[in-house]
Design a protein around this ligand. Sequence first.
Ligand code: MD5
Ligand code: FE
Length: 210
Amino acid sequence: MRPAPGAVHVPGWLTPDQQRELVAACRGWASGPVPIRHTRLPRGGVMSVQTVCIGWHWQPYTYTRTAGDVNGRRVAGFPDWMVGLGRRALADAYEDPAAGDGYTPDTALINFYDGQAKLGMHQDKDEQSGDPVVSLSIGDTCVFRFGNTESRNRPYTDIELASGDLFVFGGPSRFAYHGVPRVLPGTGDPATGLASGRLNITMRVTGLKG
Ligand code: MD5
Ligand code: FE
């Protein structure tokens, strides 16, 4: 499904085994050198989503190698196997075996949503690269709001993202506004290892050096 140019939704892309392995890996990162936390916003707010980063540490609105807002430690490295997963995601989404060639994501934001968590409409523009974002969802289904590049307001399209779904945001959709207005509790399969809630992994290319 292609909701917009460059945006591709591939339902059920991850196998149950891959989902379980990703949940286990994310659990390790969540309790790794920089534990998962509710990100604080510069104006005093706190995000309802909990985030742990690998490769680079994101905080609004910058990427650093160390987590100055958590414990000052360096985040875990971005593993080669995840680069491979990102390349296969692009090849499958764009139905072009070469589409992932040269794609080298160097950070992932791993978001955990409990039943009440939401993500307001925003753009991802802290990266110095227009390379695609690869999004993987596991656990409870959510309503994902896919907007336009002009403003956080209408027109937008609400799409359900379920466990195992791949979404690639490339081309003109890379800088579209988007958000998660709600999670649908009880829709996930505990066999993934997530008893409740939603996990979303987004791989990105920061375009940063060092
Ligand atoms: C999520 N995460 O479901 C989403 C998936 C975030 C975030 O939004 O910033 O952590 S990533 C969705 C995304 C990325 C880049 C572009 C667009 C969507 N888009 O154009 O809609 O937790
Ligand atoms: Fe985003």
